[in-house]
Ligand binder design. Structure first.
Ligand code: MN
Length: 235
């Protein structure tokens, strides 16, 4: 059986576009260059008409890039942390030096969350979970449709900026919300899927209509990636 770290590394490697855990830490580089903005992995307009190209470009090139830059800036204050995987740092914020704790949680969380988010999306005909994942969702939430409803409800009620998550916690699946760039890792969970409900994720196209944006997101979930991430995390 794979250790958790090996399993996560396998997820990162097997899912192609960019590595989630192994790409986060490169000790041999100067602190200011440790964390890098990953490529989006597809064209800005790949999710049209559900998510528009202009939003994707701003969201990735400006918002995500800013989290990476500010995280690197913060790590200059604590170079020893630059050699550690971001996932580890996010797992225990209370253990971080106070000088960087808030920045790692906010900027580091922003980097981690967005790196995951890009991989969770794709456009595909007849987009749906495979039979195994559909069974898992049905067992935990009633049905795939019920899961999607509950996930959207959590995202809708998240006050202000934040995320709605499908979380693996002690071997069980839960739907949870977090404010800001917090992440289930902060509280001992593992994020399988996260929906960004910051206004920057939808305001250009959907303005204040978060529910409409969430409905669109349900059309472009990358179920191959999500199913694989769940299976690897679970094993
Ligand atoms: Mn965002």
């Amino acid at each position: 059986m794979l250790s958790r770290r090996e399993a996560l590394k396998t997820i990162a490697l097997s899912t192609g576009a960019f590595a989630l855990s192994s790409g986060f830490s490169q000790a041999q580089q100067a602190p200011s260059e440790v964390h890098k903005l990953p490529a989006l992995g597809y064209d800005y307009d790949a999710l049209e008409p559900f998510i528009d190209a202009e939003t994707m470009k701003l969201h990735h090139d400006k918002h995500h890039a800013a989290y990476v830059a500010k995280l690197n800036q913060a790590l200059e204050k604590e170079p020893s942390l630059a050699t550690r995987p971001l996932e580890d740092l996010l797992r225990d914020p209370a253990a971080l030096p106070e000088s960087v704790r808030t920045d790692i949680r906010n900027q580091g969380g922003g980097h981690y969350n967005h790196t995951l988010f890009w991989q969770l999306l794709r456009k595909k005909e007849n987009n749906a979970p495979d039979a195994d994942m559909a069974k898992v969702l049905a067992a935990n939430f009633g049905s795939v449709a019920a899961f999607e409803e509950q996930l959207q409800a959590a995202a809708l009620k998240q006050f202000g900026s934040g995320w709605a998550w499908l979380v693996l916690r002690a071997g069980k699946l839960f739907i949870e919300g977090t404010p800001n760039q917090d992440n289930p890792l902060n509280t001992g969970g593992f994020p399988i899927l996260g929906l960004d409900v910051w206004e920057h994720a939808y305001y250009l196209k959907y303005q204040n209509r978060r529910a409409e944006y969430l409905k669109a997101l349900m059309q472009v979930l990358n179920w191959d990636f999500i199913g694989e991430r769940y299976r690897q995390a679970k094993s």
